[in-house]
Design a protein around this ligand. Structure first.
Ligand code: PEP
Ligand code: MG
Length: 311
């Protein structure tokens, strides 16, 4: 099991500054919940579900075949609950399963995964969830139960959506799983150029938030494989094309009362923080070790904005 190394919150800036832009934290594994909560972050901007499943060393389908649906749902509930409890009442945004088939193939049951030439362009995220609603509904059942247990700080986030059609289908599946989307906080990740360009139609479907997954948004906008070292120097989250998509999405979301956020790695970079705060993003989610620095950078940019306004 891959535990993150324990590191103290930086001693030189012990005070959390007050900011209008919320600063949240990314949590990769439930075991990091305590350390993440200790940063004073305003919530969790991204809790990835796949680690909860992949740590069992089985694909979801194999896990269910071996141990049954109840055990599978409990596995997800345990992982989310640990973080939701630690952060309560601060919000915890949980992303439904998003692993490419080449990662699932490493696990028990991986032999049943489809062969793909381009797994990053293939069967992952919401695409898999829509194609394979059985497994997705087990995830939704975990959300339903957590909400009925009183963890109303849990929010549901859909990965790799392209357009309103993906959102409509996901919403139907939520309803079929006994969830009333109008009563819960849920939203989408903006990870493909298509999702950025179609965000208005998605907003009309009642999403509460849109969160930039800049790792994928950069990969797909620039057509640069995020895992290919040969083209790593071309992977630029601050590329004007990426920033254009982010900026226009924030503007559209503001018009529709949809919150915006970033949960990709770039949220920990000062240049991205400056851009996002100037654009009026609602929240920034950073890695545990970067939260305090991001809080101070947000404060600095916000103060400059106020001064510029006065002058
Ligand atoms: C992203 O794409 O920026 C993101 C946060 O998701 P992941 O890195 O898990 O693909
Ligand atoms: Mg992603």
């Amino acid at each position: 099991e891959q535990r993150e190394p324990v590191e103290e919150v930086r001693p030189q800036s012990p005070v959390k500054p007050m900011t209008a832009t919320e600063v949240k934290v990314n949590v990769s594994i439930p075991e990091a919940a305590e350390r993440a909560a200790a940063t004073g972050a305003d919530g969790v901007g991204l809790l990835r579900m796949e680690h909860m499943i992949m740590s069992t060393n089985k694909t979801p389908e194999r896990y269910v075949a071996d141990h049954g649906v109840e055990a599978y749902v409990d596995e997800i509930i345990d992982g989310i609950q640990r973080v939701a409890e630690e952060f309560y009442p601060r919000p915890v945004r949980v992303r439904t399963l998003d692993a490419p088939t080449d990662e699932f193939r490493q696990l028990q049951g991986g032999g049943d995964e489809p062969e793909e030439h381009n797994p990053m362009l293939g069967y992952r995220g919401i695409r898999r969830s829509i194609e394979n609603p059985e497994t997705f509904k087990h995830e939704l059942e975990a959300f339903r139960r957590l909400w009925s247990m009183g963890y109303d700080n849990v929010e549901l986030m859909l990965p790799l959506v392209n357009d309103a059609e993906d959102v409509v289908r996901a919403k139907q599946l939520m309803v079929e799983a006994g969830i009333d989307p109008a009563k819960r906080k849920w939203g989408v990740m903006i990870e493909t150029p298509s999702s950025a360009l179609c965000v208005e139609e998605m907003a009309e479907q009642g999403i509460d938030f849109a969160s930039f997954g800049t790792n994928d948004l950069t990969q797909y906008t620039l057509a640069v494989d995020r895992n290919n070292g040969r083209v790593a120097s071309r992977f630029d989250e601050l590329h004007p094309a990426v920033l254009e998509l982010i900026g226009s999405t924030i503007e559209t979301c503001r018009e529709h009362d949809v919150k915006t956020s970033i949960c990709g790695q770039a949220g920990s970079k000062p240049e991205m923080v400056q851009f996002l705060v100037n654009e009026g993003v609602s929240s920034i989610s950073a890695n545990i070790d970067a939260v305090r620095d991001v809080q101070h950078e947000v404060k600095r940019v916000e103060q400059k904005l106020i001064l510029d306004d006065v002058r």
